[in-house]
Design a protein around this ligand. Structure first.
Ligand SMILES: C[S@@+](CC[C@H](N)C(=O)[O-])C[C@H]1O[C@@H](n2cnc3c(N)ncnc32)[C@H](O)[C@@H]1O
Length: 212
C-alpha cells in the first residue's frame, strides 16, 4: 500500500481489532435480546458481527447463524468464542466486505448491530441488501447509533445517522410487504473500547416481511 493510500475496510478493521485484545463486551446487544427473544429459532445472518457476541447468543438459543464481517481478526475471535460456548456446529463465519458482497440466500432473521465505520461504508445500500435477504415471514433487526459516540473517530462530520423511522422509510419498509414491529429511539449508558462512559441514543428497528 502506498503511504498516501487510505486503508481499505479490511486493513482498517483488522488493525483496529489487532490493537486491542477484546474490543466489545462479549455480551449480546440488549436491544437484540429484547426484540428477538420471542422469535422461534431458524436461520439467521448477522451483518458486521464483529467478535460474534450477538451471533453466539442466537446460536445458544437454537438459531443456525452466519456471522459476516470484513475483519478476519474479529472473525477468528468469534470462532474461538463460539467453540468456548459450545455452539461451533451452529455458527459459520464469513469474511466479506459488505460493500462488495450481499447474502446469496434468504434467512428467517437478518440482523445488523452498530454497522458503522469511521471510514466510508455504504450502510444504507448494505441494509437494502439486508432487506432482500429476509425470507417471507422473517424479521429484519437493525440497531444503530443516531450520532457517533464520543470515542468514535470519523472522516466526515456530515455522515447522516438516521432515526429508526427515517431508516424504515429509506429501506422501503412502509410498503404493504412489511410490518414494522419496533421503530424507536432509546437512550443507554455505554462503555467505549477504552472504558469511556457516555449516554448514547440508539435507533432500533424491527420489521417482519409479510408472507409465509
Ligand atoms: C461498531 S462494530 C459492531 C460489531 C458488532 N455488531 C457489535 O454490535 O458489537 C462494526 C463492525 O462492522 C464491521 N464492518 C465495517 N465495515 C464493514 C464492511 N464494509 N463489511 C463488513 N463488515 C464491516 C467491522 O469490522 C466491525 O466489526
Amino acid at each position: 500500500m502506498d503511504i498516501h493510500d487510505k486503508p481499505g475496510p479490511s486493513e482498517f478493521w483488522d488493525g483496529f481489532y489487532r490493537e486491542r485484545q477484546r474490543v466489545w463486551s462479549g455480551k449480546p446487544n440488549a436491544a437484540l435480546v429484547r426484540e428477538v427473544s420471542m422469535i422461534a429459532p431458524g436461520r439467521a445472518i448477522d451483518l458486521g458481527c464483529g467478535e460474534g457476541a450477538d451471533a453466539i447468543w442466537l446460536a445458544e438459543r437454537g438459531w443456525t447463524v452466519t456471522g459476516v464481517d470484513v475483519s478476519a481478526v474479529a472473525l477468528g475471535r468469534a470462532a474461538e468464542h463460539a467453540r468456548d460456548a459450545g455452539v461451533e456446529d451452529r455458527t459459520t463465519w464469513l469474511a466479506r466486505d459488505l460493500a462488495q458482497w450481499e447474502p446469496e440466500e434468504t434467512y428467517d432473521l437478518v440482523t445488523a448491530s452498530f454497522l458503522h465505520s469511521p471510514i466510508d461504508i455504504p450502510r444504507e445500500t448494505i441494509l437494502l441488501a439486508a432487506t432482500r435477504a429476509v425470507a417471507p415471514g422473517g424479521t429484519l433487526f437493525v440497531v444503530g447509533h443516531t450520532a457517533f459516540p464520543p470515542w468514535g473517530r470519523h472522516d466526515h462530520d456530515d455522515v447522516h445517522m438516521p432515526s429508526a423511522d427515517e431508516l424504515a422509510s429509506a429501506l422501503g419498509l412502509r410498503t404493504g410487504e412489511w410490518e414494522i414491529e419496533t421503530s424507536a429511539s432509546e437512550d443507554r449508558e455505554a462503555t467505549g473500547p477504552e472504558g469511556q462512559k457516555a449516554v448514547l441514543t440508539d435507533a432500533v428497528l424491527k420489521a417482519r416481511r409479510l408472507g409465509s
